[in-house]
Design a protein around this ligand. Structure first.
Ligand code: BG6
Length: 494
């Protein structure tokens, strides 16, 4: 990361919320420790509570001190001197004058270049109220840059996302809007492009001639915790699949961009999302499997079923698991299934990609032994918890018991490299300050992703499932295995 001190005043809406405390404040503090924020910045925490600057600074100090990924707290006191609090009734445009006054006084005090960043770490129902009021009260009229970071969900379907966008773009232009998908801030997700486009080894094989299928798994061992109310409306499709999972698909599937410029990369990602085979309602059942967790044992501890979680209906039809078979209908990928699954309360917390290569055209080994076969060539990209790349190959078995044996060439990212940032959010806030929107979701990506998942939600929401159908601590419903076994594949547990 190039470290240069940015000039900016950041209005953090939802500053006392969970996301701000766990991720955003520690990330901003670490950017300060690294020198990306130095003298010319201010953070305006915006909230409803009757806090003084000092009250908020105490909260911020606690949140930052509690962050386990920070190696030390050097400079915390100075950082906090740049943090202020403004009480605002976000629904009342008249109160926004206070925010504008605060910006103006801090701009004079800290020489922030009149650059204003608005970070909405808020529930989605407030997005447009805030952007409208910012515009109407003149807070967005500034001679410096003005940028907006918003958190998902960006709508709940195609139509609502379009409406949301139409409203927000009354205040901010598309190039000023940074829609966060925190998976795009994960180093190993960013590494997908580097692995593909900086090695001559993979790109010639990266197509339907040599790859038989690609699998993406993002499993979580945790349940919905205290987010039942949100999750009931969202489910696994809107919470993980429409955004994080489809972003990974587009990075794996895209053509090499003509440059690393964000527009060039985005154009290629959009093409992948456009090429996803759209499913009619009848096909949803064939290509998608849904699940909801039952009781079970997770990491040795008893876990309750989803329907018993707080703020979840007793007869909830919300999927906590989704597995799917996607097709990218273009020359490169025609005929190669992308299997994608994500779910809560599963066996482990892990996110990984497995690229399975086709068999050699003619197998010279194991002619006589029916049970022995060559191991499949796999490229495994592990995104979390550890970050590694592993290539599975066949070599001569020196012990001589078999003709060949499988070996794994592996690279694991070193601990000190992982410690470079406290969180994916740090990368993304940095990028936004730098005016680089490559790792954010463009409106067209968003709309194409909704267009793809809308039929799935429509079918599932109108058809009660036999839930629960997988045990907590398992790998999800058995049916998700059938999705692959029918094609002659299996989920790789590697
Ligand atoms: C969020 C979802 O976007 O991603 C959560 O809303 C989910 O439900 C989280 O737990 C997973 O993120 P990570 O980084 O822990 O894999």
């Amino acid at each position: 990361m190039i470290t240069q001190p940015f000039k900016v005043a950041i209005a953090l809406f939802g500053a006392t919320g969970d996301l701000s405390r766990r991720k955003l404040l520690p990330s901003m503090f670490h950017l300060f420790q690294e020198g990306s924020l130095k003298d010319d910045f201010a953070i305006i925490a915006v909230g409803r509570r009757d806090f003084s600057d000092d009250d908020f600074r105490k909260t911020a100090e606690e949140s930052i001190s509690a962050n386990k990924k920070l190696e030390n707290l050097d400079g915390l006191e100075t950082f906090l001197e740049h943090v202020f609090y403004v009480k605002l009734d976000i629904a009342d445009s008249n109160t926004y004058k206070v925010l504008n006054d605060k910006f103006e006084s801090l701009e004079a005090e800290f020489d922030t270049g009149n650059n204003r960043l608005f970070y909405l770490a808020m529930p989605p129902q407030y997005f447009t109220v805030i952007t409208d009021n910012l515009r109407e009260s003149g807070v967005t009229d500034t001679s410096g840059f003005r940028r907006l970071i918003i958190e998902k969900p960006f709508g709940k379907d195609y139509d609502s996302a379009l409406a949301l966008n139409n409203q927000i773009t009354k205040t901010f232009d598309e190039h000023e809007i940074y829609r966060i998908d925190h998976y795009l801030g994960k180093e190993m997700v960013q590494n997908i492009e580097v692995i593909r486009f900086s090695n001559s080894l993979f790109e010639p094989l990266w197509n339907n001639h040599y790859i038989s299928n690609i699998q993406i798994t993002s499993s979580e061992s945790l349940g919905v915790l205290d987010r039942g109310e949100y999750y009931e409306k969202s489910g696994a499709v809107r919470d993980m699949f429409q955004n994080h999972m489809l972003q990974i698909v587009s990075l794996l599937g895209m053509e090499p961009p003509i440059s690393l410029n964000s527009d060039d990369i985005r154009d290629e990602k959009i093409k992948v999302l456009k090429s996803l085979r759209r499913l009619g309602e009848k096909e949803v059942k064939k290509h998608f499997v849904r699940g909801q967790y039952d009781e079970g044992l997770v990491e040795g501890k008893a876990a309750s079923k989803y329907r018993d979680e707080e703020n979840v209906a007793e007869d909830s039809n919300t999927p906590t698991f989704i597995a799917s078979r996607l097709y990218i209908d273009n020359f490169r990928w025609a005929g190669v299934p992308f299997y994608v699954r994500t779910g809560k309360r599963m066996k482990d917390k892990e996110t990984k990609i497995v690229v399975e290569f086709k068999e050699v055209p003619r197998n010279l080994y194991y002619q006589a032994e029916e049970d022995d076969v060559l191991a499949k060539n796999l490229l495994v990209i592990r995104i979390q918890p550890d970050e590694s790349i592993t290539l599975h190959l066949n070599v001569k078995d020196y012990a001589g018991e078999k003709d060949t044996k499988e070996i794994k060439l592996s690279y694991t990212v070193a601990k000190q490299d992982l410690a470079r940032t406290v969180d994916a959010y740090e990368n993304l806030i940095y990028d936004c300050l730098n005016g680089d929107s490559t790792n954010f979701t463009h409106q067209e990506e968003l709309m194409n992703a909704w267009a793809f998942v809308d039929p799935v939600n429509k079918v599932w929401e109108n058809d009660a499932a036999s839930f629960p159908n997988y045990q907590s601590g398992s790998s999800g419903p058995i049916k998700s295995n059938l999705l692959l076994s029918r094609d002659g594949f299996k989920w790789w547990d590697v």
